[in-house]
Write a new protein. Sequence first.
Length: 194
Amino acid sequence: MSALPKISYYSPEEYLRLEREASYKSEYFQGEIFAMAGASENHNMISRGISGALFNHLKGRKCTHYSSDMKLHIPANTLYTYPDLMVVCGDKKFLDESKDVILNPVIIIEILSKSTEAYDRGEKFALYRSIPSLREYVLISSTSIRAEVMRKENDLGLWFLASEADSLEGSIEIKNIDLILSLSDIYEETEGVS
């Protein structure tokens, strides 16, 4: 892996050129590039389970889900990132003809780890709220049994905790796609999560 040139600011165009050629993933925010860490096995098992549920649930609908290989860009605050999962309903809006950067998710799902939880709940969620199309933000812990759905009240633009569960008998509702996810299914192939 080659080192990035030592400059203090990257333009969005420079970031995209570098990112499209890179063998690893990086986020971009206000001129800076940040390397992303790899994911744990539990993270991958949770992501795979939710992705499968989304695939089956969205068949025949005008919604598509994307995994963490699809970039998201938020023009209002310059962020380029890779959410763990995204759902787009209706027309897909891409940044350009490369079709590797989505602009209009309705739902974003992040799988939390000890190192990302504070960022995903705080600053990243604040940045995500700049996305006009976003209606639900789902947080799933990879270290304990816990899932939460934050939902935007359409009329007022206010976000609230709409659904949460913290036991294998519980479930969460992702209302915008009429999906109930049971925590026993989410955590089925994980180890050491309680």
